[in-house]
Design a protein around this ligand. Structure first.
Ligand code: SF4
Length: 215
């Protein structure tokens, strides 16, 4: 069986129209500068030189930010850099993560051209009130629409959901999980909300308006 490897490339806060109250991509990824094609190639080279197994499946993953919200030229620059390794038979596929309101047919066609295989949507919750409280800037309807389009275009669909969001209860989170199952993602990542310095959520916590989950 092939060993699966992911080469992570962080594109912090590029393409984000808003600031979700819990998010500070620069702090999360520790990265503030704009990623370039050279960075992508350097990262891929670094990782492939450290992968030991003979039989392997390698995926380049653009994490962080909202990939399809980045200006098109930049998206293509980064995708092209990774795609060259697919053409050489070194990398097998590409994965991106983005927001549900940044998916449409034109975007999906572009991703197809560069052999993107998997699209992860940052859903977080299917409750519109909770989404609004965290200033997500999209709705559950956007999630449903984007999920269907992604699957219809033959991509592997991934969802990311959060537990411990402001005003979210355990029941809300179970409902989110059930509603996401109906949209048939191939994978779901479940993130607990962590309070990051410099975010609006930190201020809310300091004012006693938000209590983080316990360990
Ligand atoms: S959309 Fe994602 S990356 Fe952008 S601010 Fe919100 S959580 Fe952060």
């Amino acid at each position: 069986m092939k060993k699966e490897y992911i080469i992570p490339i962080f594109v912090p806060h590029l393409g984000c129209p808003n600031e979700c109250t819990f998010c500070n991509q620069k702090k999360i990824s520790g990265q503030t500068k704009m990623v370039t094609a050279k960075d992508v190639k350097d990262t891929i080279e670094y990782f492939i030189n450290h992968f030991k197994d003979e039989e392997k499946y390698i995926e380049v993953a653009f994490f962080g930010g909202s990939f399809t919200g980045i200006e098109v030229e930049k998206q293509e620059e980064l995708l092209q850099a990774a795609y060259e390794y697919i053409e050489k038979g070194i990398v097998n596929s590409i994965r991106i993560s983005t927001r549900p309101d940044y998916i449409d047919k034109t975007i999906l066609k572009r991703l197809k051209r560069y052999k993107v295989k998997t699209i992860e949507l940052g859903v977080q919750s299917t409750n519109n009130y909770i989404l609004k409280k965290s200033k997500r800037g999209h709705t559950y309807e956007d999630v449903k629409k984007a999920s269907k389009l992604i699957r219809r275009h033959g991509f592997v669909l991934g969802h990311q959901m959060m537990i411990g969001m402001l005003d979210s209860t355990k029941l809300d989170e179970i409902r989110t999980a059930k509603e996401l199952i109906k949209l048939k993602p191939k994978m779901v990542r479940i993130y607990p909300v962590l309070v990051i310095k410099g975010t609006e959520l930190e201020e809310q916590m300091e004012k006693g308006e938000y209590t983080p989950l316990t360990v």
